[in-house]
Design a protein around this ligand. Sequence first.
Ligand SMILES: [Zn+2]
Length: 109
Amino acid sequence: MKVNILILPFYPEFLLNKTGREMEEKFYCKYCGSETKRVYLPVDSDWGVEYLYVCLNDECGYFQRGWDWMWNNYHVHASYRFMVNPFTGYQGPYPVTKENDIKNAYVAK
Ligand SMILES: [Zn+2]
C-alpha cells in the first residue's frame, strides 16, 4: 500500500484514466433490470459512503408498488428505489418521497 501512495504523484493522469475506466461499476436493478445510476449523497447523509447506485426507473415495479405499500402500512406518501452500496455490496431499499426523490439531486453526470 505504501508503494502505491508513493508512486501516485508521478503519473496522476494515467492513474485517473485507469481508475476512471476500471472503477466504472455497473449494477442492475434486480426488479426491473435497469442499469442503476451512481447517485452522490449529501455530505451529512447517514449512509457513510460518497455514493450509491440507485434504480431511477420510474416504471420499476419495486418503486411503483412501494407507494401503495408505504401508504397502506404507514399512511405516508413515500416509496423506495432499489439501491446498491458498491462499497459493501449491500442491496436494499433507498427511501424516497415525492418531495424528496433522490432523482432530483446528486445524480452523477
Ligand atoms: Zn428498478
